[in-house]
Design a protein around this ligand. Structure first.
Ligand code: MN
Length: 714
């Protein structure tokens, strides 16, 4: 079992002057408050904080972080309070423990909302103190290492979350060692059979090749030494999930992946790296197109290295990476490496660059109120398979894979993006939706009178471009609504011989602003233009009821309200607003019981979407309003069902009978058969609510030879 002394020794090993007292004090406190608690494995709970703390010590982090590792679960799981921690261990430890606690409180859930929220909290915590995330990653590593004691369900849930959130964050922070460990463990849990097969195959291959690898490695070392260079040559460790991804991505089997032998050479200086590269290329012929100079052109997470593939002895391909020790430690430990020996002082320039990404994300998160929208954005940022492209002047721009000329335009300048009307790639005109490739030279054609269109939201890939486009559309809509709102207000007031300017200065108008919490007259007009507020309350204050009734007869607004109240086709309530025209979206067909969201559409009232409908996610969140299903209403709601079953005679009749037996109307049925003797049936049915629908799905599932029943999208 790990002991406090192991941690202390590990710290003193690299920093003899370290403040060991703080760590010892944290240990005593943790041991006291966790006393008597057990882990799922039956071991004392203390084992967990000790291990987390050891991992942090192993990354050469400072004493405060190591102490936080010991204390990280005390506030969440024991009687200890943040104030107590602050008093005993100071502000920054308390802040870190608080950060870790806040993240822990939202974790583990397969509800997308909460996942987004936990990610948002994590990123906020990172912005305050990046060390919080390092503690959280160490926590996750130990939890994942000891996953075997949990139930299979929990194992899968944790593996999924780790794969979706923690591994990408580790990767983005340049911590490839952590990323690989997390990914391999998740892969083992989520695909146990594939994992076992691959490990076995990799081991066999390694055993068969051991001698050969040694010979190549010896030859390399000898040649390097001959040139008077001091460098270390190693074979590369395997990363099972990496191999698997490569196989899946390229559609190849193991044999074809692993014939890539790998070596890594760690040299002392950058110059020596290039000299070693020269030696490698003089020994073996390089494979064209495979040389990458990440030293001159570091990756977004600041990874630096030379990569080359050569035809080795026996003409087999070998991949060789060459880098300095500093680059190597950065490649393995990423942002953690920057904290080494810094003892809380300013991080290096490189560390700062790494935080540019973080700062950008933080800015985005300020603008985005909807956690789902935020999650979508961050996902783009977390899986950065970059392409490098050039401006006509030769400046490099780094964009995510799949990025388009629109992304490029916005990467140059917001105005260039907004005014983009076309693009030339390598001198040729291309459609704006093409994906850019490495090395492309891009010229953007602009027109000052051009404006971004809503369609661009489907084309753009970077969060920067998406945000700028959304922002532009939002602002344009606001301006439009402001003009429209002013027009409505002015026209209505004129009917009662009231002036716009005078009314806006009146006490009654001020009351309306106050009651509705509008900051300005413009805000009121915008809301009026959107259709979010009604003019009637203001008119009631300004004119007598008789006058209102008489003139009101001609009022378009009143007519609209009347029309709306007489044709309320659905059972949806819009919170805080009566009398509004409601339409259920055609794309997602929400039924009562489904989580829904409303969007204000100009002139068409409110459209109701299912919360997870892609159209809803695309729509400007400023137009979203809260809506709810009215209780106890019965109305038929259209829904699409997709049933996959065996292609057998009589089965369609069985399914149809089941549907009608559930008191559901079938409005349309289409059947397609596939070559593998299956039938895909699409039904348009009408149900009362979500419960009705799920019981219908269950009874169809029970029909013999039905493989699956799904609610159709779109
Ligand atoms: Mn923990």
């Amino acid at each position: 079992m790990l002991r406090l002394n192991d941690i202390v020794d590990r710290v003193l090993n690299t920093r003899p002057a370290a403040n060991i007292e703080l760590i010892q004090k944290a240990y005593v406190f943790t041991a006291k408050v966790h006393h008597g608690q057990l882990r799922e494995s039956g071991e004392p709970y203390l084992i967990h904080p000790l291990n987390v703390s050891y991992i942090l010590a192993d990354w050469n982090l400072d004493e405060e972080t190591i102490a936080t590792g010991l204390l990280h679960d005390t506030v969440e799981d024991t009687v200890a309070s943040i104030d107590e921690i602050r008093e005993l261990f100071g502000d920054s430890v308390a802040q870190m423990v608080d950060g870790v606690t806040k993240i822990s409180r939202v974790i583990i859930s397969d509800v997308a909302d909460q996942k987004a929220e936990s990610l948002r909290k994590m990123i906020l915590a990172m912005g305050k103190d990046i060390r919080v995330i390092l503690v959280k990653l160490a926590d996750r590593i130990h939890n994942v290492r000891t996953l075997d004691h949990l139930s299979p369900d929990r194992q899968v849930a944790i593996a999924r979350e780790t794969q979706e959130i923690y591994a990408p964050i580790a990767s983005r922070l340049g911590m490839s060692r952590v990323k690989m460990e997390l990914e391999d463990k998740c892969f083992e849990v989520l695909h146990p059979d594939d994992f076992r097969d691959l490990v076995r195959a990799a081991d066999e291959r390694k055993r068969g090749r051991g001698e050969h690898v040694q010979k190549v490695s010896d030859l390399l070392e000898a040649k390097i030494r001959e040139a008077g260079i001091d460098a270390v040559v190693t074979g590369r460790s395997k990363h099972i999930s990496g191999i698997f991804n490569k196989m899946a991505r390229q559609g190849i089997d193991f044999e074809h992946v692993y014939d890539l032998l790998g070596f890594r050479i760690i040299a002392k200086t950058i110059r020596e790296c290039y000299e070693v590269l020269g030696i490698v290329h003089s020994l073996w012929r390089p494979v064209p197109g495979r040389f990458k100079d990440y030293i001159a052109m570091p990756k977004a997470n600041l990874y630096q290295s030379l990569h080359t593939t050569v035809f080795g002895p026996n003409a087999e391909m070998m991949e060789i990476q060459i880098r300095t020790e500093e680059m190597h430690s950065l490649a393995e430990y990423g942002v953690a490496a920057h904290w080494r020996y810094k003892e809380g002082k300013q991080v290096t320039d490189k560390g700062d660059q790494m935080f540019v990404w973080l700062r950008q994300i933080l800015e985005l998160q300020k603008e985005m109120k909807d956690p789902r929208e935020f999650l979508d954005t961050v996902k783009v940022e977390l899986f950065p398979e970059e392409v490098y492209v050039f401006t006509p002047r030769g400046d490099v721009k780094e964009l995510p894979r799949g990025a388009t000329p629109i992304d490029f335009a916005y990467a140059i300048h917001t105005e260039v993006g907004n005014q983009c009307v076309g693009a030339k790639v390598n001198g040729r005109m291309v459609p704006l939706k093409v994906s850019l490739k490495n090395g492309d030279v891009i010229e953007i054609i602009t027109n000052p009178s051009h404006k971004p269109s809503r369609d661009w939201l489907k084309i753009a890939k970077t969060s920067r471009a998406l945000n700028k486009i959304r922002g532009f559309i939002r602002q344009e809509q606001q301006e439009h609504s402001l003009t429209l709102g002013r027009q409505i207000l002015e026209r209505e007031l004129r009917k009662y011989s009231l002036g716009l300017t005078k009314t806006m200065k009146s006490r009654e108008f001020a009351e309306i602003l106050e009651e509705n919490r509008f900051k300005s007259a413009d805000d009121y007009c915008i809301a009026l233009g959107y259709g979010k507020v009604s003019l009637v309350p203001l008119l009631r204050k300004l004119v007598s009821p008789e006058q209102l009734q008489e003139k009101g007869k001609e009022s378009r607004l009143e007519a609209l309200i009347k029309r709306v109240t007489t044709r309320k086709p659905s059972a949806v309530i819009v919170k805080g607003v009566d009398d509004i025209f409601i339409r259920l979206a055609n794309c997602c067909h929400p039924v009562p019981g489904d989580p829904i969201v409303g969007f204000i559409t100009r002139g068409r009232g409110v459209t109701i979407h299912a919360r997870d409908c892609p159209k809803a996610l695309e729509t400007d969140p400023a137009r979203a309003i809260e809506v709810a299903w009215e209780a106890g209403t019965k109305a038929a709601h259209p829904v699409k069902l997709k049933v996959i079953c065996a292609d057998k005679p009589g089965l369609l009749a069985d399914i149809s009978r089941t549907i009608t037996a559930s008191d559901v109307d079938i409005r349309r049925a289409v059947v397609m058969t596939t070559r593998d003797k299956r039938a895909i049936c699409s039904f348009d049915v009408a149900v009362n609510d979500a419960k009705h629908l799920s019981s219908l799905i269950k009874s169809i599932e029970k029909v013999k030879n039905v493989y699956s029943v799904e609610r159709g999208k779109g």
